[in-house]
Design a protein around this ligand. Sequence first.
Ligand code: SF4
Length: 194
Amino acid sequence: MNSSNIYKFLERIGNLLRAETRQAKTDPPLQPVQLEILHYLNLCNQHSDIPAAVSEYLGLTKGTVSQSLSVLEKKGYIDKKPDPADKRVIHLFLTEKGRLVVDTTFPPDLLKQGLALMPQAQRDQLLANLETLLKAMQSVRGFKPFGVCGTCYHLSRGEDGNVCQLTRMPLSAQELEQVCREHDLGADESGLVA
Ligand code: SF4
C-alpha cells in the first residue's frame, strides 16, 4: 500500500471523526478546535497545561490558541491560574462544565462503534501500527513525542513510589497516565508515544 492510499484512509477517518465531534451538545456551541483544546487539557499533566504546550500538541499558532482559550474561559469551560513559583506561567484547567463536555464527546461514539465491529487482534494491531506511524512522523520533523511517564527516560521507579528525575517530583498513578511535554525516550527508542 502506498502513501497516497494510506493518506486517503487517514483523511477520511479524520473527517468522519471531526464531523462526529461537531455534533457535541455544548451550550454555548464550541468550534472543533475549541473541543480539541478541551480534550488535550483532559489528557495532559501539570507540566503541559500551558498555552505553549497546547500550540505544540495541536500544531496551532499561538494566536489561534490564545483566541480559543479566551473564548473557552469566557464560556466557563476552562480556568486559568498563575504558577505559584513563576507568575508569568499560566496553567489551564478544565472546569466541571469543560470536563463534562470531554467525557460525553471523546472518544466519539462512531469510533467506538466501528472498533467494536473489528476482532480484538485487529484492534491491537491497528493501535500498534498507529503508534509506530506517529512516532516515525514526529521524528522526521523533530516534534515532541508528548508521551506518558511509563515510557520516559526520566521516570524513576522505587520502593517509595514513582518520581520524575527531571522535576524531582513524585508521580501519582493518575499522573503516570497523563501526556507530558517534557517526555523523553532517551536512548530507548522502543517506547510508545501518546
Ligand atoms: S517522567 Fe517524563 S513524562 Fe513523566 S513527568 Fe517526568 S518528564 Fe514528564
